[in-house]
Design a protein around this ligand. Structure first.
Ligand code: 5GP
Length: 180
């Protein structure tokens, strides 16, 4: 797997530091409030697991699964709900936890959907951000590490179902795409 990597864009240490910083802010901002973290599967589960363990106030959590990418490297712009949350979010403060904001289409759609269910608030926390790729305007209250417009894998992000278990955020060697 290591042979497939072209470069490491974000190190384990940088991810860890950013996660701690975001968790500190979240713990302060939501003190005394009922907070629900909603992880976006599959990619968001690694960041959610790290973030949650750095948050020092009580939190509930659940997952949603949406499809927007398949195993291609281009966004279709179509967001399909594959798995919905099981818990009731009425009057709760919801924080959507995502691996990466790219065009913003997925999160815009998710935020709108969750807002129809009577939550006290819906905000967004992301590990990584590609602001140059944005197609829709979306407010990211807890913004992770900014990365350039390159296709990345690792820290939960895949290519064709692989590389999610890499602890860093990496680019892949061009030969991986040629072999498809
Ligand atoms: P958006 O709707 O913002 O365009 O896309 C968000 C989702 O697309 C991310 O959560 C992620 O799953 C996927 N995505 C966007 N950019 C990349 C990338 O560079 N690598 C991988 N593996 N997935 C990406």
């Amino acid at each position: 797997m290591r042979n497939d990597i072209e470069s490491i864009l974000v190190s384990k240490e940088a991810l860890n530091e950013k996660t701690k910083e975001l968790a500190r802010r979240i713990s302060q901002d939501y003190e005394g409030k009922e907070l629900v973290l909603i992880g976006v599967l599959k990619g968001g589960f690694v960041f959610l697991a790290d973030l949650m363990r750095e948050i020092t106030i009580p939190v509930d959590m659940d997952f949603m699964s949406v499809s927007s990418y398949g195993d291609s490297t281009k966004s279709s712009g179509v967001v399909r709900i594959i798995k919905d949350i099981d818990i009731n979010i009425t009057n709760k403060h919801v924080l959507i936890v995502e691996d990466l904001v790219d065009t913003g289409l997925t999160l815009k759609h998710l935020k709108e959907l969750l807002n129809t269910r009577g939550p006290a608030s819906v905000k967004i926390c992301t590990a990584l951000d590609k602001p140059s790729r944005r197609k829709v305007e979306i407010e990211v209250e807890y913004e992770g590490i900014e990365i350039p417009d390159e296709f990345v894998v690792g820290y939960g992000l895949d290519y064709g179902g692989k590389y999610r278990n890499l602890p860093e955020v990496c680019t892949l060697s061009p030969r991986i795409y040629e072999n498809r």
